[in-house]
Ligand binder design. Structure first.
Ligand SMILES: [Zn+2]
Length: 297
């Protein structure tokens, strides 16, 4: 038996279907899905995003009382335990990396080499091993999304990373973020700013993946996953080296112990593309045009 621990890391923006993809991948008998591992520490401390579900594990229990996490974290949860890589999102160095990825690729690497991030990487390395041991699975699905969080796995000595870049139409992402913020009143950002921010984030994702070896990642479109989950799943399985299996027709949790994700994940829903954003752009023509341009860059 091959004992290599492989982290299947999903890179994407928010509102791009990463929870859907994570849920589809969790149905393999060879994987364990942990949701957004970067948020684990925040969920234990009950701080930051996650208030809507009281920072509980998807099983409904507080993380340290959940049957899975209490076991996985036993002996490794201490004062130095960290799970989230932090980096200066809108710094000139990040901007350089986004716009000139070939010249500025070292900028991204420097971000993950700060003292705090190196400590986080060490925690993550130990944590992935504990997850593999607790679950008995050597493929761990981590949908933390953040590209630099993903890049930091390269520095984990005991695990290998394979990346899935889940991309979505920037107009759909923008619409979905605005809708979400309206519900939870988290941001006052306007449509144009949200669109350009999403474009910037996409360029950071792209620059991060350019700094990896070509055979280490696969790019998947959300629209293709929603339209034909089986076809995209087969592509992913062959890329990762997983046995093929039948794609689910519904997005639903079943005995999962996942951290964070889309607030709608607790409902069983058929897998289908959400095209509600299209109506919005029939009355926002300039934004629509700009979105199309950004999609093509
Ligand atoms: Zn749980």
């Amino acid at each position: 038996m091959n004992d290599t621990i492989t982290v299947i890391y999903i890179i994407s923006d928010r509102r791009s279907g990463s929870t859907l993809l994570e849920n589809i991948l969790s149905k393999s008998t060879e994987t364990v899905s942990v949701g957004e591992l970067a948020m684990l520490k925040g969920h234990i401390a009950k701080q930051g995003p996650g208030e809507i579900w009281h920072w509980n594990c998807s099983c409904g229990q507080p993380v340290l009382q959940c049957s899975f996490w209490s076991k996985a974290l036993n002996g490794i949860y201490n004062d130095n335990f960290e799970t989230k890589i932090t980096w200066p999102y809108k710094s000139s160095k990040a901007l350089m990396a986004a716009m000139l990825p070939v010249i500025a690729k070292n900028n991204l690497k420097q971000f993950i080499q700060t003292k705090k991030n190196r400590q986080t990487t060490e925690s993550l390395d130990v944590l992935y091993q504990a997850i593999a041991k607790t679950s008995g699975k050597n493929f761990i699905v981590d949908s933390s999304k953040d590209p630099l969080q993903g890049l930091s796995i390269q520095a984990c000595a005991n695990v290998e990373a394979k990346y899935i870049w889940l991309s979505r139409d920037l107009r759909a992402i923008t619409f979905s973020k605005l809708k979400r913020w309206k519900v939870n009143k988290r941001s006052e950002k306007k449509p144009l700013e949200t669109l350009t921010d999403s474009f910037y984030y996409k360029k950071i994702c792209s620059a991060t993946l350019k700094s990896l070896q070509q055979n280490n990642f696969i790019k998947i479109e959300y629209e293709d996953v929603a339209a034909n989950p089986q076809h995209q799943l087969d592509k992913i399985c062959s890329f990762i080296g997983l046995k093929n299996y039948e794609a689910p027709q519904y997005m639903e949790l079943s005995e999962d112990h996942t951290i964070a994700g889309t607030p709608g994940r607790f409902e069983r829903k058929p897998i289908a593309a959400d095209n509600s954003w299209k109506t919005f752009y029939s009355t926002h023509k300039v934004l629509n045009f700009l979105g199309k341009v950004f999609n093509s860059l």
